[in-house]
Write a protein that binds this ligand. Structure first.
Ligand code: GLP
Length: 241
């Protein structure tokens, strides 16, 4: 595991964007896995700037997102579909047909999950998966006590996650209680992982992920077994290391 420290959020975002850009330069038709949340927002802004300066071209890139809230429609501003289109896709030249996000309103959930896995495989697998991390150590929406063998599936959200994500909703009872998420197996099959962490609230999760025992209580700890993982960590998130 490679650890890259950053002095602040801006530096973390720039370094992460540089890593993603290098992947696209090396393989213009690469498959990226992307994440939502506050953490990668600065990285998306940096990538948009690079695109505007003609330093990166997304025309052949395929993107798969990690997860989506169950029951939120694409039009809902809290959906991850909305987040990705609003904050990233509409500002770059990725082709709409090359962007994939689980459908949170699918009626046949198992089929939706199976199809998502199939689509990833049909594209040749994910070259680089960008991850954030929950304060409880979750990646995607793979909550503590995770099944490391799961592929894309419906997950029940942890109380801590509902609490943390309630900041995006008008009240806590509006936060969906489940989501469709790539599983740990899906994530671990990516050829490279890039995990970003910012702020003191992530320090404990980062410590356990890097220095702790590999265990289902800390889903991100499995990354210790990945052959090509890079963590880009802002200094407050790294303070217990
Ligand atoms: C969310 C997402 C994760 C994200 C995490 C941290 O629940 N499902 O993919 O990494 O929480 O979010 P943030 O970056 O806003 O702290």
């Amino acid at each position: 595991m490679r650890i890259i420290l950053a002095d602040n959020y801006e530096e973390m975002s720039r370094k992460a964007a540089d890593i993603v850009r290098s992947q696209i330069v090396l393989k213009p038709d690469c498959v990226l896995g992307l994440a939502t949340g506050d953490t990668p927002m600065g990285m998306y802004q940096e990538l948009i700037k690079m695109y505007e300066n003609k330093e990166v071209d997304f025309s052949e890139v395929t993107i798969f997102n990690l997860d989506e809230y169950y029951s939120l429609s694409r039009e809902n501003p809290q959906s991850y579909y909305y987040y990705m289109h609003h904050n990233f896709f509409k500002h770059i030249n990725v082709k709409k047909e090359n962007t994939y996000i689980p459908n949170g309103t699918a009626t046949e959930i198992d089929e939706e999950c199976r199809n998502y896995e199939e689509q990833i495989k049909n594209k040749g697998g994910i070259d680089m998966q960008v991850l954030g991390i929950g304060a409880n150590g979750h990646i995607g929406f793979n909550e503590p006590d995770v099944n490391f063998e799961a592929e894309t599936h419906l997950v029940k959200l942890d109380e801590m996650t509902i609490e943390a994500n309630s900041r995006f909703f008008s009240s806590k009872d509006k936060v969906p209680t489940s989501a469709i998420s790539m599983g740990i197996k899906t994530i671990m099959q990516s050829r490279m992982l890039v995990l970003l962490a910012n702020g003191e609230s992530k320090a404990d999760a980062i410590y356990k992920t890097i220095k702790g025992k590999i265990c289902p209580e800390v889903p991100a700890s499995i990354i210790q077994l990945h052959p090509n993982a890079t963590m880009v960590i802002e200094k407050n998130a790294a303070k217990l290391l």
